[in-house]
Structures are given as C-alpha cells and as structure tokens.
Design a protein around this ligand. Structure first.
Ligand SMILES: *Cc1c(COP(=O)(O)O)cnc(C)c1O
Length: 439
C-alpha cells in the first residue's frame, strides 16, 4: 500500500496526468526487440496461425460481405501519404521524414481497427465449434458455414462482449451474420447510432449508465451463468490480440508496394490510439515481429483516460485506474474511454512499447477538422490521437539521442499514424465533429 501510494504521488509524470496536461512519456524498460519479444508469451508462429485462419475464412468473408470481394475476403486497409496535412502541421512544428496514414478507419464491415481483432475472435470461435461438430474440415471452402443448416447450428450458441462501441459493432455484426445469438453490453459513452445499427443487425444491446469497465463486468457476469455463452474478453484475450497482430505482419509488403524502405537508416515510427490496449498492443507486437528495432511504437491516449500510460509508468498495470488519481475518464474519444488498462497487454508489451503520450479532446477535434480540410479524410475523434505524435517525436532530442537516431536518419523516417476509426460515422454526426473542430 505504501509502495502503491509512493508510486502514485511521488512520480512527476503522475502530476502531469492529474493536471490533465498533455504529456509525453518514454518507457525506460524498453529492450531490443529480440529480447522484449520473449516476454510476450506469444510467438511469430501464433500470429502466422491467425493469419492462416483469416485466409481460410476469406471465401466466407468475401461471400458474406461483398465490399471485401476486391481484396479476396481479406479485411485490410489502405496506406496513404498525407503531404498536405504534414505541411499544415509543420507550420507549427516540423515533422521529420514523411507522414503516412493507415486507414483502419475505413476497414470493411465495421469501419474501425476492431474489424481486425473483434472479427477474428468470432471467426476463431466459430471455426472451433464447426470443426468439433464436423460441419467443416480445415481444407473446406468455409463459405459452407453460411448455409441455413450451419446458421441453425450457430443460433444455439451465444456470444457476449462489453464495449464502448466499435468492438461491439465488429463482434455484433460478424456474430449475427453467422447466426449466433449475440449480446453487446454498451458503456454510457457509446454513440446512439452504433446501438441503433447493431439492433438493425439483430444484435441484443444492453445499455449501462457507467463506463467501459462496468459494461465489460456485466457482460462477463451474464456469460458466466450461461454455459452456452462465449464471452469475448477485451481486457485479457490473447485471441483478439493475435487478430490485431496480423496487421503488423502484413505491413512490410504494403510498405514495399509504396516504395518505402524500413531499415536501420530508415526508421519507422507508428502512433497508435490506445483504449484498453489490445488493438494497439497487438498491432505493435506484429510490427516488432516484422521490423524488429527499426520500428518505434507509441501509444496515444486522451488526457482524461490515460490508463496505459498510468499503468505502465507506475508498473501497477491493471491494479490502478485513472479514477484512482482523480480523473473522470470522460472524453469525446469514445473508443479510448477506458479507465483501467489491460493487465495482459501492459505486462506483455512492457519492453516493446517505446512510449505513451496524452492529448486533449480539443486537440483531437482540431486535428479532425484539419485532416478533413487538408486530405479530405473524415475520422472519429479517437482516430486522431495518433496525429500529434510525429511532431512530438520529431521535436524530442532526448528520444533521438537515446536511440542514436541522427538527423539524417530522422529525415528518412516514415511517420505512420494509425487512423483507427470513423468510416461508418453517420454524416450528421460527422458534421457535428467537424463543426467542433473548426470552432
Ligand atoms: C478501440 C479503439 C481503439 C483502441 O483499441 P483498444 O484495444 O481499446 O486499445 C482506438 N481507436 C478506435 C477508434 C477504437 O475504437
């Protein structure tokens, strides 16, 4: 208790968090990738297995969601340069190298990064049930599972999840498509349109007046009393994490296609909005497997919900919440409105995450409007959290010195902002976001 008290009072970074100051924190525990990867408890083979599973499901996804036909049923997003945004930002503070965006905001099916982990875990569960029941073999065309007989089989099974919105959308839409009875436990911050859309897909939505932690707990409890119900645990799931990690293994080919080099002289910086940590943690894991020490991964959080920065910097991980230091966990970045980080991700990635930073809701809104103006790209507030990272790292002599990054290397850098959501935001809602950002 005294230790805990000490950690939460005597650390300067905690004072910044309490004061809601925008903060940049570097992880002292970071290790060379080779070493840090040992701690994760998962391996390249695990991510490759996830990748192979997504490949087996590709014919089903292509058949069930025609918008994925062009990519052969793979759920993947575009990588685009953002020169006009870079020029606009540079007027205030320069960005070394070139600014790129990873458009997970426009992933098919659910329009956010959750279309990676969430959908993957539903598919992994469906495959397990279907193999055990003899409905398919590993070499079959999995679109067989869309037959009325298979749907009837899945309808005897239930899936539950707690969510601030986007995970619910991904899991709800995918589960309902296969025929599962699916319940999404939604926190107070979840947007109304996400609940309405889910109900239109035949998903049961339960609403809570409290935050994400309570919604997850309620979902967990409901599922625990029902043996036919599978609970998808956003706070601890290795399966979700592996679904996200596949993104990291796919990125090298995508960069190569764009003629982008990543090596010791051409560093890659990636900025990932962080809620509970599974999404950014999984992607960062995949990236470290793919690029080793040539990739630098930073997590971005709202000043009102810096759960991962708090957990990692204090070493308390899921034993501390932002409420414990007097913060309210209220933010317009609903995908990031999480008060307590995943204990699994914080510990697993303890030696691989290069740093975390916070930014205010006002900063996210301003960046949202700026991106619309410069690149004609519309995102939800959460998805802008990564956007202030490149300027901060470009300005940090401390970070560059620590990693022996010379000016020439920084000039060669690829600054990749992971745009995590917004593709399905209704037009009127987007107009409100833009109006706030311009104001
Ligand atoms: C969920 C979410 C994140 C962060 O993912 P976590 O797994 O919760 O850390 C980031 N951006 C958006 C838009 C999200 O919905």
């Amino acid at each position: 208790m005294t230790d805990r008290h000490h950690l939460l009072t005597a650390t300067p970074i905690i004072d910044d968090l309490k004061a809601l100051r925008e903060t940049l924190w570097f992880n002292e525990q970071v290790k060379p990738a080779r070493e840090g990867l040992q701690r994760v408890g998962l391996t390249l083979a695990d991510v490759q297995e996830a990748q192979a599973r997504l490949q087996r499901f590709a014919p089903l996804i292509a058949a069930a969601f025609p918008e994925t036909a062009a990519s052969g049923g793979l759920i993947e997003s575009e990588l685009i340069p953002a020169p006009d945004m870079q020029a606009k930002l540079a007027a205030r503070a320069p960005i070394s190298g070139r600014l790129w965006l990873k458009k997970d905001s426009h992933l098919p099916i659910s329009g956010s990064i959750k279309a990676r982990g969430g959908i993957y875990e539903v598919l992994a569960h469906a495959e397990k049930l279907a193999l055990a029941a003899g409905l398919i073999t590993l070499t079959d065309d999995y679109s067989l599972l869309l037959s009325p007989a298979c749907r009837a089989f899945f309808s005897a099974h239930k899936i539950a999840v707690g969510s601030t919105g986007n995970l619910g959308l991904s899991i709800g839409i995918m589960s309902a498509k296969l025929g599962f009875h699916v319940t999404v436990h939604m926190s107070a911050d979840a947007r109304q349109w996400k609940k309405t859309m889910l109900r239109a897909h035949g998903v049961e939505v339960r609403e809570y007046a409290q935050d994400y932690g309570v919604a997850v707990e309620q979902g967990r409890r409901a599922a625990a009393s029902d043996p036919a119900c599978f609970f998808i645990d956003d706070e601890n799931s290795r399966t979700l994490f592996l679904g996200y990690a596949v993104a990291g293994l796919r990125l090298p080919a995508q960069l190569r296609e764009k003629g982008i080099l990543v090596d010791a002289d051409h560093p890659l910086f990636v900025y990932l909005p962080c809620g509970v940590g599974g999404g950014p943690g999984g992607v960062a894991f995949g990236l470290k497997l793919a690029f080793g020490d040539h990739v630098h991964c930073f997590f971005a959080e709202p000043t009102h919900s810096p759960c991962m920065l708090l957990g990692m910097s204090s070493g308390l991980h899921d034993a501390v919440s932002v409420q414990d230091i007097g913060l309210d966990n209220k933010t317009a970045a609903d995908g990031l409105a999480v008060g307590r980080a995943s204990g699994f991700v914080g510990r697993a990635m303890e030696q691989l995450i290069d740093g975390c930073y916070t930014l205010s809701d006002a900063s996210m809104y301003a960046l949202l409007a700026l991106l619309d103006q410069t690149e004609n790209l519309q995102l939800e507030p959460s998805a802008l959290a990564g956007m202030s990272g490149p300027q901060r790292i470009s300005a940090s002599r401390e970070y560059q010195a620590r990693h022996q990054l010379t000016a020439a290397m920084m000039a060669n850098a690829t600054q990749l902002v992971w745009a995590t959501g917004g593709g399905m935001v209704p037009p009127d809602e987007m107009q409100n976001y833009l109006a706030r950002g311009r104001g």
